[in-house]
Design a protein. Structure first.
Length: 262
């Protein structure tokens, strides 16, 4: 059995069309949407709506230490639109129509933080199974899926914002993880809370990981823990006991799926 696994697609439709070539199944670990393209500021949803120059400023401020200035700039961008939520949803729907249309059958998918999971059932065809807090059997192995990422401590999600990422409270995320039976392959967007796996060497800062996910791996010892989210991790893979923990790669940039076989 050969399964291809991708994460952090971020709008790379052409590579996604080939992601399942030669595989018996495709697994997608989220972040289908290209919201902010930090390599080409004219692309992505923000680039399409506001233009490359404004996105360049957005990217510059986001990398800097002045969070108040960054927040004010973001609010000014959205404030320049009559109905920002409608504009974003139209752009998201346009991307999803292309992205889900590129997925082969069978595909097993869970959303990332840069996704709108409430729209997935509308676009997922008969050959695409959406899983979040659910498990599925693939040729004798149990695959468990948990989507999204965890809210930073003390953060509050603004439900009425123009764009609401799929961020979950730690309690909600941990409950979805606890619902899973014992699995052979643990599929998440978020990495376990292991420093080598959460530190992004380009951003020069750690991303959040899940402590509950690391504990679950240490307790159950599945064959694989597969995830994405951190685009340039300090380490792509780490072993926890017998479990191979693997960041499957930033698919937008590499265009290559990670392969597991049994």
């Amino acid at each position: 059995m050969r399964v291809h696994v991708v994460s952090d697609v971020h709008g790379n439709v052409e590579a996604l069309k080939r992601a399942g070539d030669g595989a018996d199944a495709l697994v997608v670990l989220g972040d289908l949407i290209d919201f902010v393209d930090y390599h080409d500021h004219g692309r992505g949803i923000l680039g399409r709506v506001f233009g490359a120059e404004k996105v360049a400023r957005f990217a510059e401020l986001r990398r800097g230490p002045q969070l108040a200035e960054f927040g004010a700039y973001v609010r000014s961008l959205w404030g320049s639109l009559d109905d920002p939520a409608k504009v974003v949803e139209e752009a998201v729907r346009e991307q999803y129509a292309e992205l889900f249309g590129a997925l082969p059958a069978p595909t097993y998918a869970t959303p990332g933080n840069v996704d709108a999971p409430h729209l997935w059932p509308e676009f997922a065809g008969a050959g695409v199974q959406v899983l979040d807090g659910d498990s599925v059997q693939i040729d004798g192995l149990t695959f468990g899926f948990v989507g999204g990422t965890v809210l930073p401590p003390g953060a509050v999600l603004r439900k009425n914002a123009a764009w609401t990422p799929y961020l979950r409270t730690a309690e909600d995320y941990d409950a979805a993880l606890a619902k899973l039976p014992e699995v052979d392959v643990l599929c998440t967007h978020l990495p376990p809370a292991v420093p080598e796996l959460t530190y992004d060497v380009m951003a020069r800062r750690p991303e959040l990981g899940s402590a509950a996910l690391a504990e679950r791996i240490a307790t159950d010892q599945p064959r694989w823990s597969l995830f994405g989210h951190v685009h340039q991790p300090l380490a792509q893979r780490v072993r926890i006991g017998r479990t191979e923990c693997v960041n499957v790669g930033h698919f937008k940039r590499t265009g290559r799926p990670y392969v597991i076989q049994w």
